[in-house]
Ligand binder design. Structure first.
Ligand code: ZN
Length: 376
């Protein structure tokens, strides 16, 4: 569809790309921007491709084209607009953009970024009002448009209503429902679907050299994101699963669990790696889903952790009556908090203790003595 719009020179002024970053939303935005900026595109009746060789293409390959601008959410309290960035933020911005120029599946995000602010939209407006530095088409990538605060969104709407010559606005967002309907109605929308599970699994086996079992485990919670899948593959999913299960096992132990639990939580959170904590929570979710399957059904063809069948069976015998939905929502809430500014050990510890409560409720009335260690 995009190719055809390009061939017919009917690229809309504003395009809204809806989808997860890891599924290729940024990759598509960058490819489109590079193609639009190319000085000597190869055009046929049905295709329109950048040449990859002209001055523009070389500049845009590194995302250093003067006519290519980014608007990204900024961390709270650090700067009101791009013009006021601190030196440290300017450096971080440059690093993030340069990383994305090499691998468009890496998150295009500043640390603790929270919102796109009105100052940024005013700056964008000023920039669009001036004639372009290098002449020719200008492309603005407004990334995570759903992070615009209300003031910024209202100001942006006005920008959208004004005609601009030779300007293409590429918006990306993961939650279109929070955008103003008036903004959405002025953009042509394009949905980027999550990457299919089979494709991810095949990719992991081929490019990351995972065994099939491991590739399937990674795919199960990558949720269609290549970035997530790759990150998990490189961080050795089996080791992290072992940590995740140890966490569950320790949290559910009858007594004398506290010191071990704190030690283990500290170990998992060492180095403040949010990604690692995120992985551990995701692995636990997948594992509990499997345990629920084993508890309710004889058919186990769809188990992700099929190599752990005995452990799953033991767990489902002890906790088959537990409220799995509640346990899964505890994990989901913790995962959502990871990228907010929370202390990781506290988050993980509180999550483990909540799981303990959920599963303890299932064990009440069971003949197992409370001091008996739980088989996980
Ligand atoms: Zn070119």
């Amino acid at each position: 569809m995009l190719q055809l719009s390009l061939v017919q020179r009917r690229i809309p002024q504003a395009l809204l790309l809806i989808g997860d970053d890891g599924a290729g939303t940024v990759a598509l935005a960058l490819e489109l921007a590079r193609t639009l900026l190319c000085e000597a595109p190869h055009i046929t009746e049905r295709t329109y491709d950048r040449c990859g060789d002209c001055h523009s293409c070389r500049q845009s390959a590194q995302l250093q084209h003067p006519n290519l601008q980014f608007v990204l959410p900024l961390p709270a309290g650090k700067a009101a607009s791009e013009g006021e960035l601190t030196t440290a933020l300017v450096e971080e911005w440059r690093d993030v953009v340069s990383e994305v120029s090499i691998d468009p599946y890496v998150p295009l995000r500043l640390q603790q970024a929270s919102a796109i602010r009105i100052g940024q939209i005013r700056e964008l407006k000023r920039m669009l009002a001036m004639s372009s530095a290098a002449g020719g088409r200008r492309v603005v990538i407004l990334h995570h448009a759903d992070d615009m605060n209300t003031e910024a969104a209202n100001a942006f709407l006005k920008t959208l209503e004004e005609p601009h010559t030779d300007v293409t606005l590429l918006l990306t967002c993961e939650r279109p429902e929070v955008l103003l309907p008036t903004i959405r109605s002025r953009c042509q929308e394009l949905i980027i679907p999550p990457i299919a599970d089979e494709d991810l699994t095949r990719y992991l086996i081929k490019s990351e050299s995972l065994a099939e079992q491991e590739a399937r485990l990674v795919t199960a919670f990558a949720q269609g994101s290549l970035y997530r899948a790759r990150r998990m593959a490189q961080e050795q999913v089996s080791d992290e699963r072992r940590l995740a299960l140890e966490l569950l096992r320790t949290a559910l132990r009858g007594k004398d669990y506290r010191i071990d639990l704190v030690t283990l939580v500290d170990h998992i959170c060492e180095g403040k790696q949010r990604d690692r904590v995120d992985n551990v929570l995701s692995l636990l979710s997948v594992w509990l889903r499997d345990a629920r399957c084993v508890a309710v059904s004889e058919h186990h063809a769809t188990l992700v952790n099929s190599d752990q069948y005995d452990a799953l069976l033991r767990f489902s015998q002890g906790f088959g009556q537990a409220d799995f939905d509640q346990a899964l929502s505890v994990l989901e809430e913790a995962a959502a908090d990871i990228h907010r500014n929370v202390a990781l050990p506290l988050l993980l510890l509180s999550c483990a203790l909540q799981l303990r409560r959920v599963f303890a409720a299932a064990r009440q009335g069971s003949p197992t003595p409370s001091s008996h260690p739980v088989a996980v």
